[in-house]
Design a protein around this ligand. Structure first.
Ligand code: PCA
Length: 198
């Protein structure tokens, strides 16, 4: 019997903060085009409040994605960190790539304070460690563009059945870092934990 193909959007981010690379791009580029029943659609998003989320939602709808995985770089973290929650708050320690630096403004005015991931992020972190890849559940994606994107996606798809998670990967170079192949292995393990509901 033929296996049904399920569409999955996986996004990464362009470089930001004056850096020339973004580990999320390197890790996502290193992924295969299919993982189990999942057909991966890869896209690179701008590091811009609002725009990143709008683009991810538009792409997900265009390809009929059942699952959206957003990946970003978290400098200073030594493990791959699936994010449990997205907060309805923006705070920019540095301007985004469009020069905007919101200070404690909501992502979506009047919407609920937070959303939990709709994917098994705890299981994802466990699977990484069980397979020898540093992986830890994170309770905060920060308040910068990664969290903004995550909140946008969870808010937009709330109640629709389209499931989403955000995963931070360590920087690709420097003292606290992870090579892109290991980060890609962690992302593959994460995707393997997603039940394909049809
Ligand atoms: N990391 C930033 C934004 C883009 C990225 O890769 C963040 O953690 O918010």
């Amino acid at each position: 019997m033929e296996q049904k193909i399920h569409e999955l959007l996986i996004t990464s981010f362009e470089p930001f903060g004056g850096e020339t690379e973004n580990a999320s791009m390197l890790a996502v580029n290193a992924l295969p085009d299919t993982v189990g029943p999942w057909h991966l659609h890869k896209a690179v998003l701008p590091v811009e409040f609002g725009t990143a989320g709008d683009r991810a939602v538009a792409l997900a709808e265009e390809i009929g994605a059942e699952v959206v995985i957003c990946v970003g770089q978290a400098g200073g973290r030594g493990a791959v960190t699936p994010e449990l929650v997205a907060l309805n708050l923006q705070q920019a320690p540095i301007p985004d790539n469009a020069g905007r630096s919101p200070q404690y403004e909501p992502v979506v005015s009047g919407a609920q304070d937070a959303y939990f991931s709709t994917l098994p992020v705890i299981r994802m972190a466990d699977a990484m460690r069980e397979n020898g890849v540093p992986g830890v559940l994170s309770l905060s994606a920060g308040l910068y563009v990664c969290n903004d994107l995550y909140y946008h996606v969870l808010h937009h798809f709330h109640g629709t059945g389209v499931r989403a998670a955000f995963i931070h990967v360590p920087a690709a170079s420097g003292t606290i870092s992870m090579d892109p192949e290991t980060a890609a292995r962690a992302l593959t393990l994460a995707i393997e934990q997603i039940p394909a509901e049809s």
